[in-house]
Design a protein around this ligand. Structure first.
Ligand code: GSH
Length: 170
């Protein structure tokens, strides 16, 4: 009886000792690796470490902005696809006015979007910049071809090339 109790006691001690030993061995290594990664990715880890609300709201912000970009892309593309002439403009822009005046003086109908007057105009402009490499307005398309800005349009008018482009309705 006594010896069985001793064995049980010994077993408990050994188990306790094993648990304590594994805590002592494992914990520092967990801390060490956390510390290492915290040091190596300082700024990003700080964002993630400041927990879920930030990362989930960042994710939803990302989704919103990528949705806005997708819809800007499809709006820009359909305006270009559906119109012989498409002008992306800003209402206060003097170069845009020159472009619109020239097209009107040639008796041309054109589709125009004033990017400063629509809600997601900056997304449209960003998409146009990515698509064409031109980040300014006006941005002019004829027959789905990017012509450029006002100076490009005026140059094509002066050279006679614009008439050819306008004649070739697709
Ligand atoms: N050389 C260009 C000049 C165009 C330009 O400077 N546009 C200004 C507005 S008047 C612009 O886009 N600024 C930047 C912006 O509005 O984001 C052209 O002939 O089209």
């Amino acid at each position: 009886m006594v010896s069985r109790r001793r064995v049980l006691l010994l077993f408990s001690f050994v188990s306790l000792a094993l648990i304590l030993a594994s805590l002592a061995v494992l914990r520092p290594s967990v801390y060490r690796s956390t510390l290492r990664s915290a040091l190596s990715h300082n700024s990003t880890r700080l964002k993630f470490n400041s927990s879920r609300p930030i990362s989930s709201s960042a994710a939803s912000l990302f989704n919103q902005s990528s949705t806005a970009k997708m819809s800007a892309k499809s709006s820009v593309e359909s305006l270009i696809a559906e119109n012989h002439i498409a002008v992306f403009s800003k209402s206060y822009c003097p170069y845009c006015k020159k472009t619109k005046d020239l097209l009107a003086s040639l008796g041309e109908k054109y589709a125009v979007v004033e990017l400063d007057q629509i809600e997601d105009g900056s997304d449209w402009q960003a998409y146009l910049g990515d698509k064409t490499g031109q980040r300014t307005v006006p941005s002019v398309f004829i027959n789905q071809q990017h012509i450029g800005g006002n100076s490009d349009l005026q140059a094509k008018h002066a050279s006679g090339e614009l008439k050819k482009l306008l004649g070739a309705k697709m």
